[in-house]
Design a protein around this ligand. Structure first.
Ligand SMILES: Nc1nc2c(ncn2[C@@H]2O[C@H](COP(=O)(O)OP(=O)(O)OP(=O)(O)O)[C@@H](O)[C@H]2O)c(=O)[nH]1
Ligand SMILES: [Mg+2]
Length: 660
C-alpha cells in the first residue's frame, strides 16, 4: 500500500496492532460519522435551495466608518419599503437633534480649546504657545500631505500600473516625523501654525483684530438668561451661557437613544451633574461588552471585549462640553460619536411612543395641518407623556445657534482650525430655522443626512412593498456592519478598518460570524473618496483614502468572499466635487495622480481605475464587478444606481439558483 504524505491520513490511520473487534467498532463509528456529515451537507444544501426558491437576496455592506453604509441601507429602505421608512422618519428627529447639539458643541469647544499639548508640537509652536495665545490645534479630520516615503507600490504582476501612492513632500512646518516600521508618517496633523499674524484671543475673551460680528453692546435680551448675561464678560460669553441648556439636551438625547437594557457603556462619562439629575443612565462604568444583534431579534451570539479600553476617550465625551478642567483634551471628542446598535434596538424604544400628530400627511400639503398648540410629543423612551423637551430647547436656542454659526469671526476661527463642519456627518446648521421648528418632521433627505454610528453587525430583513415595483415578494437581507476601527494594539491590526471585518476576513469565518457572511449574493463596498485629504477619526495617523484602499484589497483578496460579486460605490462624490472646486488638489495627497486635471470627472475616473485594477489583481477567482460614483445622500441619483444594483443582484441570484 502506498504511504501517504498527508499528515491527516497519518493521524487517522488505524493503529498497527488493531484487533478485529476494535476494527469493527472503528468502522462502525466511521460509518456513523459519515452518515451524520452527509446529513448535515444535505440539510445545508436543502436550506440554501429553499432560500433561493423563496428569493432571499443577501447583501453585505462594507467600508470604513462614515463611508455611507447605513445611509445606503436607508436608501434601500426608502425605495423599497417607503411606507415603513416614512413612518420611521419621526424617530430620526432625536438623532438629528443630537447631531445639531454636537455641532454646536464643536464650535463652542473650538472657541475655548486650550493650547497645544501635543507631544509632536514643534518646539517653535510650543514656545509660541507659551509666550502668546494662538489658535490651538483642534481635532480635525483633515490630513496633512503624507511624506513621499509613505507611498505604497504594488506590482500587479502584469506590468500594469498599480502604483497608488499617497503624499507629497512635507510642508516645512509639520512636526518631526515619527518612524513607523513601514513608512514615515505624521502622527498629528493638527499642529497648527497661524498663516498670518492676525491674532485672536480665544476662549471667552476679546477678538482684537477680527472680532466675531456680535452686536455691539448688550447681547440679545433673553429673560431666561438675564442672570447669566450680567455675569458675562462679552457678548460671546453671554451667548455661550444661553446655550448651556444644550448640555442637558445632549445627555437627555443619549439616554433616550440608548435602550435601557443596553449593557454597553455608551460613551457616557461619569458626569456627576447628569447623574444627580437622574438623566444619565448610569452607564460609563467600564462595563464594555458588545452584543452582536443578529436579525435584530435579540440573538446575541457572542460577547467581545469593548474596542475602547477603559479610560479611552469614549468614556468622557461629555466632559468637554462641561468645560471642566483636568481632562486630556488631546483626546478628541470628535472621535467620540454616539453610537447605538443598528436595527430595531434603538428604534424600538422610540417607536413605542410614536409622535402624537393627528393624521397629518407630511407629503400631502392639502391634509389638515397640526394645530399650532399641538406640539410634537416625545418619541423617546424617556418622558413619553411629556412634550418633546429637546425640540423645545432647540427651538428656544435657535437664534443663538444661528448667530453662532453665521458669525464671520467664528467661521474664521473654524476655518483656521480646519474644522469643516459642513463637510462632516450629520450637518444641519444651515437648516436651523427649519429643523428647530416645533412642528419639525424630518424629510427623507434629513434622515439620510443624519449621523448615527453603527457598532456591531446587524442583518435587516425586508420585503419590497408592492408599491415598490416588480420585485415585491423578494426578501432582502442587508447586513450592515460598524466600520470603525476597534483594534489598535498592533500596526497590523490598525491597517484594517474594522475589527469585525478583520475577524471575518483575516481570522477566518468563525461560527459566530458564519450567519452574517455565509451565502451572501453581493458585497457593496463603499469607499468615500472625498476623504483623500482626511485622516480616520479613530486613528489620526491614517489617511482615509489609504485606509479604504487597504480594506478594499483585503476584501478583494479574501478567500471567504472569493465567490461573492462586488459592487463598488466611490462615495461622497458631492463632497469630493466641492473640495476639488475649492482648490484642494488630489495630487498633493495621491502623488501618482501627477498633473492630471483636478476635476471630479478625471479624479473619479482615475480612482475607479485604481480600485478596479486592485480588484483584478487581488481577486482569487474571476467574478462580476461593478463600480459607481455615488453620493448616497442624494435621493435622485442614488435611486437609479440602487435599481441597477438590485437588477444585477437578482439576475445573479436567479442564475445561481438555476445552478443548484
Ligand atoms: N454629503 C454626503 N454625505 C454622505 C454621503 N454618504 C454618507 N454621508 C453622510 O456621512 C455620514 C456617515 O454615513 P453612515 O452611513 O452613517 O456611515 P457608515 O459607513 O454607516 O459608518 P459606521 O456606522 O461608523 O460604520 C452620514 O451623516 C451620512 O449622511 C454622501 O455621499 N455625501
Ligand atoms: Mg453605519
Amino acid at each position: 500500500m502506498p504511504v501517504s504524505d498527508d499528515p491527516l491520513d497519518q493521524v487517522l490511520r488505524p493503529p498497527p496492532d488493531e484487533t478485529p473487534q476494535e476494527r469493527e467498532i472503528r468502522l462502525e463509528r466511521e460509518a456513523e460519522a459519515r452518515r451524520i456529515s452527509q446529513a448535515i451537507d444535505a440539510s445545508i444544501k436543502a436550506e440554501r435551495a429553499a432560500r433561493r426558491k423563496k428569493r432571499i437576496v443577501r447583501l453585505l455592506l462594507l467600508g470604513q466608518s462614515e463611508s455611507g453604509k447605513s445611509t445606503t441601507l436607508r436608501q434601500f429602505q426608502r425605495l423599497y419599503t417607503p411606507t415603513a421608512f416614512r413612518e420611521e422618519r419621526i424617530l430620526w428627529r432625536a438623532v438629528i437633534q443630537l447631531n445639531i447639539v454636537r455641532s454646536i458643541r464643536t464650535i463652542l469647544d473650538a472657541l475655548s480649546a486650550p493650547y497645544p499639548t501635543s507631544p509632536y508640537a514643534s518646539p517653535r509652536a510650543r514656545a509660541r504657545s507659551l509666550s502668546r495665545p494662538r489658535h490651538p490645534p483642534l481635532p480635525t479630520n483633515h490630513s496633512p500631505p503624507l511624506p513621499p516615503h509613505g507611498h505604497h507600490h504594488e506590482s500587479n504582476g502584469n506590468g500594469a500600473d498599480m502604483q497608488f501612492s499617497y503624499g507629497s513632500p512635507p510642508a516645512p512646518h509639520y512636526p518631526p516625523r515619527r518612524q513607523d516600521s513601514n513608512r514615515d508618517y505624521y502622527p498629528d496633523e493638527d499642529e497648527y501654525e497661524a498663516d498670518s499674524d492676525t491674532e485672536f484671543t480665544v476662549a471667552n475673551q476679546s477678538y482684537p483684530n477680527s472680532p466675531p460680528n456680535f452686536p455691539h453692546g448688550s447681547p440679545r435680551s433673553d429673560p431666561s438668561s438675564s442672570s447669566t448675561s450680567t455675569l458675562a464678560q462679552t457678548p460671546l460669553e453671554a451667548l455661550k451661557n444661553r446655550l448651556l441648556p444644550l448640555r442637558h439636551i445632549e445627555a437627555m438625547l443619549i439616554a433616550k437613544l440608548v435602550p435601557p437594557n443596553e449593557e454597553e457603556a455608551t460613551h457616557l462619562g461619569v458626569i456627576p451633574e447628569y447623574h444627580t439629575n437622574g438623566v444619565a443612565n448610569g452607564h460609563g462604568n467600564g462595563n464594555h461588552n458588545h452584543n452582536y444583534n443578529h436579525n435584530g431579534n435579540g440573538y446575541h451570539p457572542n460577547h467581545h471585549p469593548h474596542p475602547h479600553p477603559p479610560g479611552s476617550p469614549t468614556e468622557s465625551h461629555l466632559s468637554h462640553f462641561n468645560g471642566r478642567q483636568g481632562h486630556n483634551r488631546s483626546q478628541s471628542y470628535r472621535n467620540q460619536e454616539i453610537f447605538v446598535r443598528p436595527g430595531p434596538g434603538w428604534k424600538g424604544g422610540l417607536a413605542r411612543a410614536r409622535v402624537n400628530y393627528q393624521s397629518y400627511s407630511y407629503d400631502d400639503p392639502s391634509s389638515p395641518q397640526p394645530q399650532s398648540s399641538q406640539r410634537p410629543m416625545s418619541a423617546g423612551n424617556t418622558g413619553l407623556e411629556t412634550q418633546d423637551e429637546a425640540q423645545e430647547v432647540l427651538h428656544s436656542c435657535r437664534k443663538d445657534m444661528m448667530q453662532l454659526w453665521n458669525d464671520d469671526g467664528i467661521r474664521d476661527i473654524l476655518r483656521r482650525r480646519k474644522i469643516r463642519l459642513e463637510e462632516g456627518s450629520g450637518f444641519f446648521l444651515d437648516d436651523l430655522e427649519r429643523v428647530t421648528s416645533l412642528r419639525y418632521m424630518p424629510t427623507d433627505e434629513d434622515v439620510l443626512k443624519a449621523r448615527l454610528k453603527t457598532i456591531g453587525v446587524s442583518e435587516y430583513k425586508f420585503e419590497m412593498e408592492v408599491s415598490a415595483g416588480r420585485d415585491s415578494g423578494t426578501e432582502w437581507r442587508i447586513i450592515d456592519v460598524g466600520g470603525s476601527r476597534s483594534q489598535r494594539r498592533t500596526r497590523f491590526f490598525s491597517w484594517f478598518s474594522s475589527f469585525f471585518l478583520f475577524s471575518v476576513i483575516f481570522l477566518g469565518l468563525t461560527a459566530t460570524w458564519a450567519p452574517f457572511f455565509d451565502d451572501v449574493d453581493a458585497i457593496i463596498f463603499l469607499a468615500p473618496i472625498s476623504g483623500f485629504d482626511q485622516v480616520l477619526a479613530e486613528d489620526r495617523t491614517v489617511n482615509r483614502l489609504e485606509d479604504s484602499v487597504l480594506l478594499w484589497k483585503a476584501v478583494c483578496s479574501s478567500k471567504l468572499l472569493a465567490n461573492v460579486d462586488l459592487v463598488l460605490f466611490l462615495n461622497k462624490c458631492d463632497i469630493l466635487e466641492k473640495k476639488l472646486n475649492s482648490g484642494i488638489k488630489l495630487a498633493k495627497y495621491v502623488r501618482s495622480y501627477g498633473d492630471r486635471p483636478n476635476d471630479l470627472d478625471s479624479v473619479s475616473k482615475y480612482l475607479r481605475g485604481k480600485f478596479s485594477a486592485i480588484h483584478r489583481e487581488y481577486s482569487p477567482n474571476p467574478r462580476k464587478f461593478y463600480a459607481f460614483c455615488t453620493s448616497v445622500t442624494d435621493t435622485a441619483t442614488t435611486a437609479g444606481i440602487i435599481a441597477s444594483v438590485r437588477d444585477m443582484v437578482i439576475r445573479q441570484h436567479l442564475k445561481q439558483s438555476k445552478l443548484l
